[in-house]
Design a protein around this ligand. Structure first.
Ligand SMILES: [Mn+2]
Length: 364
């Protein structure tokens, strides 16, 4: 049994195999999987989860990972306080890195799922069209090669180019969208802006990239948008589950309904998580906080269930605005949304290979 505490009378810590002063290597399993040692997220280069950094399509093609993380550091389409351009960097550098074994699923995530960090789409300041074009191109580079893109916003306007790229790669009009948010983001034009963070979902329906019949929203609350926007949504087959319904029926029942609606007749699904779906007490670091939201335990389990039970091909996590965060609370919750997606996808790969959960997990 290795001892790690100082022992009285010794000049150096008693470590690893008991040899004073001997260097401590990282856990072999994590190092072999290309990751950082447990708990060392603060050290070294800030890639997402310490994963390999592969910025070009050629590098992606050489390795052919299962998932590529793409940053979309763009925030000039926010209607209120900005700062989400700092989201991707904070999610890479600030999130507490706890390890890689998912307890509930009993899985060492990166032994079953190869995840890389593909860097950021270039978002030149003040240029919405160019930024969105670059985001669309970067996500398309990933999706067209059969790699699952996990996109880090940025404000929610980035879902317009990102989901468009996924639809181009996977099938135009064959992609559904499951959307967690305090707000519907289905307005037509806000202050003359077609590319607002309050309008991306309408653009996706209008273009035909995403099917209205498989478009499901969860967590809406507060005071926006007005009734005429919901009337447009109803005409186009979109469905929504208000936060009030979660309060009445419980998250588990609502999520089960949302999943059933999203996947009914659907070939592929895109998950979009606006972190403001969480209550601002859990996620203060966001541009348009709305009190009365979900808690992280419910959101994380919902995301896990969606990644387990749907033909999920892509996901984004948006509206993390680190300048308004406290104690990295928002960043950590958003980071764990990604971890739930990874763990569920890893579990599916293991199940397909005939594997079973390791202790302490149990079948989901
Ligand atoms: Mn949103």
């Amino acid at each position: 049994m290795a001892r790690s505490a100082w022992t009285e009378g010794e000049e150096t810590p008693d470590v690893a195999d008991g040899t004073p002063g001997r260097p401590v290597p990282p856990y072999a399993a994590r190092e072999a999987a290309g990751g950082k040692p447990d708990g060392q997220g603060f050290a070294g280069l800030a890639t997402f989860c310490g994963r390999p950094w592969l910025e070009t399509e050629a590098e992606l093609l050489e390795r052919r990972p299962d998932v590529a993380v793409v940053g979309a550091p763009f925030d000039i389409s926010t209607t209120n306080r900005p700062g989400a351009r700092f989201g991707p960097r904070a999610l890479r550098a600030q999130a507490y890195d706890p390890g890689t074994f998912h307890l509930d699923l009993g899985i060492e995530i990166f032994e079953w799922l190869d995840v890389v960090d593909a860097g950021d789409a270039h978002c030149p300041h003040g240029l919405t069209e160019a930024s969105h074009a670059n985001i669309r191109a970067k996500v398309h580079e990933v999706a067209r090669n059969g790699i699952f893109p996990l996109i880090l916003g940025g404000d929610h306007s980035i879902t317009w180019p990102a989901a468009t790229a996924v639809a181009e790669a996977v099938g135009w009009g064959e992609v559904g969208l499951l959307h967690f948010d305090a707000h519907a983001d289905t307005a037509d034009i806000i202050d003359g802006n077609l590319a607002s963070h309050g309008t991306p979902m309408r653009r996706l329906i209008e273009s035909g990239a995403v099917r209205g019949s498989n478009f499901v929203q969860v967590g809406l609350r507060g005071y926006w948008p007005p009734a005429d926007v919901f009337a447009w949504m109803q005409e186009n087959g979109l469905r929504w589950h208000l936060m009030h319904e979660i309060w009445e029926r419980g998250s588990r029942a609502v999520i089960a309904d949302a999943i059933a609606q999203a996947v009914d007749g659907c070939k592929a699904l895109y998950l979009s998580v606006d972190i403001d779906v969480l209550d601002p007490g859990f996620a203060p670091g966001t541009g348009t906080p709305e009190p009365g939201g979900m808690n992280p335990a419910d959101l994380l389990r919902a995301v896990r269930q969606i990644a387990l039970d749907t033909p999920l091909v892509a996901a984004d996590i948006v509206e993390v605005s680190p300048p308004y965060d406290h104690a990295d609370t928002t960043v950590n919750s958003a980071h764990r949304v990604a971890m739930e997606v990874f763990a569920a996808l890893a579990h599916r790969r293991r199940a397909a290979a005939g594997g079973a959960p390791d202790l302490p997990g149990s079948p989901p």
